[in-house]
Every structure is written in C-alpha cells, then in structure tokens.
Design a protein. Structure first.
Lengths: 222, 219
C-alpha cells in the first residue's frame, strides 16, 4: 500500500504560493491586454476595411483551431529564428494574449452584433461622435451582455496558463514540477497544485459574480 | 552535434504522427460520449444524490487544468499499482475530461427541452428511463449536435497536452523532430498546420449547424 507523504509538499508550500502569484499575474495581465486586442479586432471585424476583416478572420481561425501548446512552442522556439528572442515569462504572456485575443474577439463581436441598429442611429441623431457612439452606445451594453462569456473565458485562460510551465516560465505548474523533481512526491505535489487551481477558479468566479452585481447594477431600459 | 536538415522525410514523420492524435481524440470522444451521457443523466436525475455527485464531478474537471488532470492520472496509476503508461494515462484522463464537459453541454441540451414535454410524458405514465429514451433525448439530440462538434475541436487540441507526459502524438513528434533538425519555425508551422487541417472543417461544420439551428428555432 502506498504511503501518502504530504510533508515535503507543505515544506515547499511557499514556493507554490510564489508560483500561484505569477499564475494570477500572467492571467490578469493577459486578460487586460487581450481585452484591448479583442476590442480592436472586434471593431476591425465588424466595421473595419475589408483587408483588415480578412486579417482578423485569419487570426481568429488560426488561433482557435490550433492547440495552445503548439502556439507557445511556436512563439518561444520558432520566433527567435525570425530574430525575436523572448524570456520564458514574456513568451508566456505573449502566447496567452494572442490566444485570449482570438476568443475574446469572437465574444465581443457577438456582443457588438447584439446591439440594435436603431441605437447607433439614435446616437448619430443626437450628434455624438463616432468614438462616443462606439464607447457609450455599442461597447458599454455589449460588454454587459457578454460579461458571463468573458469571465468563463478568463477562467479557461487561467487554467491554460499551466501549459506555460513547459517553456519553464515560473508559474504554479512549473513550481510544482520543480518541487516534484526535488521531493519525488509527484502525486502529492500535483494533488495540492490541482486543489490550488480549483481554489483560484472558484475564487475568481465568485469575484466576477460580485463585480457583475456592482458594475452592471443600472437597470435595463426597455 | 548531429543536426540533420528538415526535409520531406521529417515532414512525413510529423504527418504520420497525426494518426495518434486522431486515435487518442477518437477514443476520448467515444469514452467521453458514454461518460458524458451518464453525467448528464445524473445531473438531471430526480434524486438529489446523483445530481450532487455529477455537479461535483463537473466542477472538479472544469475548474482544474487539463494538464494537471493528465499528471494526476499519470502519477496516480503508479500509486494504485499499475505500470506507468503515457498512452493509457492520456486515454483515461482525456476520457474523464470529455465526460465532464460533454455532461455539462448535454445537461444544457436536456434542459432546453420544454418542461411540458417531461410533464406530458409523466402524465402518460412513462417512468424515468422511457421518458428519457423516447421523449427527452431525441429532442435534446437536435440541440446537442453543434456544441458537441465544437467540443470535439477543443478535445483534439487538448490531446496535444499528452505530449507533456511523453505520449508520442503530433506535438511530441514535432518536438522530437525539432530536437534533431533544430528548425523550430518549420517544424511547429507544420504541426500547427496539421492541427488546423484537422480542426478547421469541424469548426466550420459546428458554426454552420449552429446558424442553421438558430434560424430554425427563431420565430
């Protein structure tokens, strides 16, 4: 019978916490930058010039139909031959932004398309500028509509960050890999780390639900 | 150092490795289909216990990274006295993963069937099994096809993580070739292109079915 030994895991728990902090940093950073990319691409896809639409479409289809692991290998190992050399952590951030951007674009595009034409026309009639219309009339209600999809995409992104450990970025999964090769308590290490990911995803879901209550409190006008 | 160039030979080695990606995806999809049906049925069961168990199972697999699930099965096999085998570990982990996700997708489809259908079936004296078999599931299936194909794409991409526990499929073969030829740009472009060829038609199909279905159901 196997004897479970959690002591070495608990002894190295501070390292796991440091790793978890980087996982959160990477996820939040990738989401914020990725959101900007998404909003830009969603604008490009819905109202940009034709070549830009093709470009955005190609970007979305390529990213959504290839595994994240291959994307990160391509960025970390492939790009240096084009002269772009990145540290593991910045390659990880770049890969996460590129990945999240593609999914985020589709989500935000769906939100933009849910806005009725009359709304935009009403904005034009009121004399609002194009930017004002995009910001207040299109984006604000669109973000509210797609908020649940965006948050679940974020959780998915956070779980996906574990993959960046393969290029030895310093995230939680990498901290776990180090700890298991030092202690040989592989199963115990991964049980603890999996539990930590679970806690983080539950915590973020709760946080997002709380934010939703505060940020989207204004009533829906019908 | 022995570095060989990336030629047709290397290209074909990578292309041939796609069969393992396809095999792993097919097994996980078939296993996940059976498991997912059980999870979905448990999730909408009349009793509380199976409902809670299924919810816990889904939460656990949707709230943790697939990579950790692979690691846990891989190292867990050793603990429970089985020889460590990346092929079997990947198969089990991906099957469980697919069961949870398909279970949640199909639960949504079952609940999308109007409640009157269930009530009418109950009123006609149909018990749980017959009610599901003849009334609910046939209607839920129509809703389920598009998101199921969409998940298949996610599953095919997910099989790439089996490379990390050492199962030689498309991505791992790419890594191996890359180590021998050291032309990462070509190698990973090839690997990405093969995944794209596998996944893109499925994505298009899922999108088309979804649009067709939403047109059919909007009034």
């Amino acid at each position: 019978m196997y004897n479970f030994n959690f002591e070495p895991v608990l002894a190295g728990f501070d390292k796991l916490l440091v790793g978890a902090a980087l996982t959160i940093q990477l996820s939040v950073g990738a989401m914020l930058i990725g959101l900007i990319v998404s909003i830009f691409c969603a604008w490009g896809k819905t109202s940009g010039p034709l070549p830009l639409r093709w470009l955005v479409n190609a970007y979305i289809e390529i990213i959504r139909n290839t595994p994240f692991l291959v994307q990160i290998f391509f960025i970390f190992f492939g790009l240096p031959s084009l002269g772009l050399r990145l540290t593991p952590n910045s390659a990880a951030l770049l890969a996460l932004v590129v990945n999240f951007g593609a999914y985020g674009t589709e989500i935000i595009r769906a939100g933009i398309e849910s806005i009725q034409k009359g709304q935009v026309e009403a904005g034009t009639a009121l004399g609002l500028s194009k930017l004002q219309i995009f910001r207040y009339i299109v984006m604000k209600p669109a973000l509210r509509t797609v908020y649940p999809s965006l948050t679940s995409q974020f959780i998915y992104l956070m779980l996906n960050t574990s993959v960046v450990s393969v290029i030895s970025a310093d995230d939680l999964a990498a901290a776990g890999n180090d700890l298991q090769s030092a202690t040989f308590a592989s199963f115990e290490v991964y049980v603890v780390i999996t539990a930590m990911y679970l806690v983080m995803s539950v915590a973020f879901s709760t946080l997002f639900a709380a934010i939703q209550k505060v940020a989207f409190k204004y009533p829906l006008s019908r | 150092m022995l570095i060989r160039p990336f030629g047709w030979n290397e290209f074909w080695i990578i292309v041939m490795a796609a069969q393992w990606t396809i095999a792993l995806s097919a097994i996980a999809f078939a296993g996940g289909g059976v498991g997912g049906l059980l999870v979905a049925l448990a999730r909408v069961a009349d009793h509380k216990v199976p409902r809670l168990l299924a919810t816990g199972f889904i939460r656990l697999f949707q709230g943790t990274p697939l990579l950790m699930q692979l690691f846990l099965v891989f190292f867990g096999m050793n603990i429970f006295g089985f020889a460590v085998n990346p092929w079997i570990a990947a198969m089990i982990a991906l099957t469980l993963h697919a069961s949870a996700f398909l279970g949640e997708i199909w639960r949504g489809c079952i609940e999308a069937v109007p409640p009157g259908q269930r009530e009418a079936a109950t009123a006609l004296g149909l018990r749980y099994i017959n009610r599901m078999r003849y009334i609910i599931l046939p209607q839920a299936t129509r809703v389920a096809v598009a998101p199921t194909v969409g998940f298949l794409v996610q599953l095919i991409k997910g099989t790439s993580l089996a490379a990390i526990i050492g199962f030689v499929e498309l991505t791992r073969q790419g890594q191996i070739i890359n180590n021998a030829t050291f032309s990462p740009f070509l190698v990973f472009s090839t690997v990405a292109a093969i995944y794209f060829i596998l996944c893109w038609p499925l994505s298009l199909l899922a999108g088309r079915m979804e649009r067709k279905f939403s047109r059919a159901t909007t009034r």
